[in-house]
Design a protein around this ligand. Sequence first.
Ligand code: GLA
Ligand code: ZN
Length: 666
Amino acid sequence: MKDSYYEHIIHGGDYNPDQWINTKEIWDEDMRLMDLAHINSATVGIFSWSLLEPEEGVYSFSWLDEIMDKLDRHGKKVILSTPSGARPPWMAEKYPEVLRVSENGIRNEYGVRHNHCLASPVYRKKVSEINRALAERYKDHPALFMWHISNEYSGECHCELCQQAFREWLKKEYDNDIEKLNFKWWGGFWSHRYSSFSQISSPKDRGENHVPALKLAWKRFVTDSHISFYENEIAPIRELTPEIPVTTNLMRFYNGIDYQKLSEHLDIVSWDNYPEWTHPDFLGIACETAFAHDIFRSMKNGKPFYMMESTPSLINWRPVNKLPASGITELAAIQAVAHGADSVQYFQWRKGRGGHEKFHGAVVDHCGKEDTRVFRDTEKLGRVLSQLDRAVGSRTKARAAVICDWENSWAVEGYCGYRRDGRDYFKVCERWYRAFWERGIPADVVPMDRDISGYDIVVAPYLYMLKDGTVQRLSSFVQNGGTLIATCLTGIADRDDLCYLGGFPAEELKDVFGVWCEETDSLYDDELSRIAYGEKEYKGTELCDILHLIGGETLGSFLSGFYKGSPAVTKNSYGKGEAYYVAFCPGDDFISDFISPLADKKGLLPDINASLPKGVIARKRGELIYLMNFTSQSKTVDFGETYTDHLTKSVLTSAVLPEYGYLILE
Ligand code: GLA
Ligand code: ZN
């Protein structure tokens, strides 16, 4: 599999010329403006089905031919989309089965987008036909660069076809053995022993929503339904354009689909990045975004990804849609590249006149002019990106990893007990990631079934669910010299949410950590646990594990609760490595103080050998070091050694980074 597909960073985004079909002079103006803004790519056809197939079986490609040719003449790479994200009205009218049935059992009417059944044979056939027609038509077009399959796959359908498919899926999953399912689903509880697969339906409020294993199975099924829908979409594309890479755009921490599993089917991962850059906690937003980039980068073992969408100015869907100050879009783009993106793409090129998204930011505003703040910023960024060919295809080698697993997020957010509110598994993982990020130490963010043997430090926060092989992988990691850190809520249940017996964490993890947990306490929202660790006192939230030592040693203890004095931080030597158990839910201060000496001990060095002011973050990718100021004040950095500014070629030993400024160093 190739690491890069183009010699330049892709600079482009969603382009909807079909909305301007009656004012074609705009198309020529678009080409002129794209050239000016150093745009080298356009993503077209995402929601074009009703124009491409205005009547069943009658295709109309002339407008797209014209656009593809124009884009090609202007040297733009076309990312061609399949239109399955939204369908023409005639289709829903003639074949109601293509529409989704929601959880309440009622079929949706025609409307919005992403409103389709994943199992409908009619819909799959229609999608396959239009995709084949597109691939036939453009397979030899010189501008065709990449396929963008559908748009932000999401949601689920509860129609009878999907129920049938779910039952067939369950039969495979449980070897067609209903007693096996009854055992794994703990069917003795509330008289839930099924005698046939036909008695099982999708989880829903008016039906079954209290069987944890059913809810997990359904999420796995929905993931597999999306994958099979996607495979159906790409079959004609693979057949006709085997050399053209395929992606679909993902949405940050959307957990309705196991993205880590879906990503295995993509040639390149791409995602849509909409941080709330106008939030007062700018640094927090920067960390969350870095974490997301690293999740997507890690999906394909560090292979560069695309930032398929981002806004060049504001968005339209938050309660308040504030304008980000100039410089922020540029910094966000540089952050994406620093973390492994080979593209900076926008939603959208030109604002539509009507429709739900007419106030969403775009490079070209309703005024239609280039003499705007956003256009000038885009043009400037385009110039910078055109100087970053050296970044394309390059990678970052991380020696640390945070395990953040999609299936585990379902389990952590799904069980009933302890604290029922405020569970945000991705946030908890991000807090641990932050300790590395702030130090400029790159970290991968990986699912629990990834080979972790190459890392020095692995943090596995809230590893509640263990998939087959996880215990073995974690214990041999430590055995062979790795440093492993786990937290409260580790090793509780298997993939069907059946609790492990014999004390938590499961099986040999007790030997690895040298502890076992007898009880777990939950804290009220305004309650904090107090922990003595080193010379300091720290506070925790949410949960506290009450541990017994079985070989491990205490590094820190609880100062609060009836379990005052019991171990809150432990360490155990196991084989050639060390395993730490943090029995509470710490804040940034503890995590930072705790990780720092471990990283030092393992020789995990920051990407730049300079002490950086708070809010200035360094990240090395390939041969370039990106220094980013995520604050609204200018910051001075002394490098202690000599670097060359990659963009200006000046030689530097120190620099002043303006607010939201950055430097790219060689
Ligand atoms: C998503 C979609 C786009 C558009 C943007 C608006 O990412 O993929 O079509 O709706 O959001 O922010
Ligand atoms: Zn359905």
